[in-house]
Each structure stands twice: as structure tokens, then as C-alpha cells.
Write a protein that binds this ligand. Structure first.
Ligand code: FES
Length: 177
């Protein structure tokens, strides 16, 4: 299941993309027997079958939540203000120092793609919450900024970035860097 969340709760908060998911699942299911037959190497197995995501429905400020290879992933369409704030954050202010530019693709700073599991004990953080407006983990209070970088513990590590690439301006491929 995928869902889009918006920062303003007065707007429609969830948009389910059942059709897109079914299409993606169909592609994955159809591709698997072929991949299996080809006896992929360990690297291929580890990376999983890539899935493609249509970015067009995700407005600036919204976050798409989806499952890939059994793991939750966030695709966040960041606003210009969010990008500016994350790029201006000094590494000295970070618990797990990493530049924002190293967490997004060149020229695509509006798109942040991260695993959606809190790096403390794996809960799914809530978007647009917390002191940094990124994510707030309801389990033990860890907070992340809009770059997915941890800003308050008990988590100590940033949300990891999965392998992904852009097929074109509106199509994201997860599972293939
Ligand atoms: S699982 Fe997120 S703070 Fe503990």
C-alpha cells in the first residue's frame, strides 16, 4: 500500500494509489520468474527487483509512503524552504554528520528518498512533525529533519537512503542506483 501525507491536516491527508501499486506489483511479479530463471548474482538478489514510482501526483510538501522489498520507504517532495534549511544546516549541528547534498541526487534536491524505519528500534516516524519539521518517531521521541538526518535521540543514525535513480523528471526507480 502506498499513501501520500500532506503537512496541512485540513487538506486531504491520504491519497491511496491502489492502481499504481497494483501495476508496480504486477511488474514485479511478472519480472520475478525471469530473474529467478536467470539465477541472479548475490548483488542482484540483495538489491531486489526495482520498482518505478510516478512522482507527478506528489505535490511539494507531500510525502509518499510505500513498501519495497518488505521495507517502508518515504519519498518526500521537499519545498524550496525545506531545501534551503537543510542545505544551510552546519555539519557541526548534526548527530550523524552528512551534508544534505550527499543525501539527494544532483539537480534533484526536491526529492528525498529514505527508508522509513527509525534507526533506534524501527518504528515508522510521522512526517512533518517535530522541532525540525522532518519526522517525529512516536515510540521514543527521536526526531529527524527534512533531510532524514537524526536531530534528537535516542536514535543515533540518519534514515538510510536506498538505491534509486531517476528514469526521467517524473519517474523514480527504487532498487537501482
Ligand atoms: S523506535 Fe524511534 S525512537 Fe525508538
Amino acid at each position: 500500500m502506498t499513501a501520500i501525507t500532506a503537512p496541512n491536516p485540513s487538506r486531504r491527508d491520504f491519497l491511496y494509489l491502489a492502481t499504481g501499486v497494483a501495476a508496480a506489483a504486477g511488474v514485479a511479479a511478472a519480472a520475478w520468474p525471469l530473474v529467478d530463471q536467470m539465477n541472479p548474482d548475490r548483488k542482484t538478489i540483495a538489491s531486489g527487483v526495482p520498482i518505478e514510482i510516478d512522482l507527478a501526483p506528489i505535490a511539494p510538501g507531500q510525502i509518499l509512503s510505500l513498501i519495497w522489498r518488505g521495507k517502508p520507504i518515504f519519498v518526500r517532495h521537499r519545498t524550496a524552504q525545506e531545501i534551503a534549511a537543510e542545505e544551510a544546516t552546519p555539519l557541526s549541528a548534526l548527530m550523524d554528520p552528512q551534508a544534505d547534498a550527499d543525501r539527494v541526487k544532483p539537480g534533484k534536491a526536491q526529492w528525498l528518498v529514505v527508508y522509513a524505519s527509525c534507526t533506534h528500534l524501527g518504528c515508522i516516524p510521522l512526517g512533518h512533525r517535530g522541532d525540525w519539521g522532518g519526522w517525529f518517531c512516536p515510540c521514543h521521541g527521536s526526531q529527524y529533519d527534512a533531510s532524514g538526518r537524526v536531530r534528537r535521540g535516542p536514535a543515533a543514525l540518519n534514515l538510510p537512503v536506498p538505491p534509486y535513480s531517476f528514469v526521467d523528471d517524473t519517474t523514480l526507480r527504487i532498487g537501482e542506483a
